[in-house]
Write a protein that binds this ligand. Structure first.
Ligand code: COA
Length: 175
């Protein structure tokens, strides 16, 4: 299998990403998850991994947010929508896409840390790739208002800052 990795504008790449994301999280599955009712932000950029013989096989959404950490401005790189097509898992594709995402954040230079939200079962997967649990509080916007976001586990990847505890206010929708 030969693969091609692209990083594209989030809205422009949505038509390509949508079928994969709907296949990985069909609405009936989403409805059973604690995050099924959450309103999420749209990705600013998307890492797309395409296989020559199978089309899009892996996706990672990238977000940039002027958030706050313990009340101070924090420029955060977000990662969400990490998904590999079921028949292409355990071949290192998500690892490649996550590395491409972190490289992109590093090149940007202005980001303090990267942040993602995952289910508890996926924590070891990210820990094995250099991510750390954030054991503080996350605040975010939802249509009902601004408040605590605790239906998923927050994890950070250190860039300049190494947040582990405290309060991160996303000052917008979660991802
Ligand atoms: C979680 C998910 C994205 C992982 O995608 P993936 O492309 O299979 O990930 P990788 O192949 O990089 O790594 C998965 C495992 O395969 C192993 N692996 C990687 N290359 C391999 C290879 N060539 N042969 C065998 N195993 C391999 C890795 O070591 C890893 O194991 P580990 O978690 O014990 O370290 C995928 O399972 C998925 O889409 N799940 C459903 C959606 C989801 O839960 N997304 C996470 C949202 S936060």
């Amino acid at each position: 299998m030969s693969i091609d990795i692209e990083i594209l504008n989030g809205n422009a790449a949505w038509p390509a990403a949508e079928p994969l994301l709907n296949a990985v999280w069909p609405s009936e599955i989403k409805a059973t998850r604690p995050w099924g009712e959450v309103t999420f932000a749209h990705a600013d950029f998307r890492v797309l991994v395409e296989a020559d013989d199978a089309g899009l096989v892996c996706h990672v959404g990238l977000y940039r947010r002027h958030a706050t950490f313990n009340g101070r401005a924090a420029h955060v790189g977000g990662i969400g929508g990490v998904a590999t097509r079921a028949d292409h898992r355990r071949r290192g594709l998500a690892t490649i896409a996550l590395n491409a995402a972190i490289q992109t954040f590093r090149h940007e230079g202005s980001l303090g840390f990267a942040l993602l939200f995952c289910e508890a079962a996926t924590v070891p997967f990210y820990q094995a790739r250099g991510w750390h649990l954030f054991e503080g509080e996350i605040l975010a916007e939802q249509p009902a208002g601004h408040g605590r976001f605790d239906v998923l586990v927050p994890m950070v990847f250190d860039l300049v800052q190494k947040p582990r505890k405290g309060v991160i206010d996303l000052r917008g929708l979660p991802w």
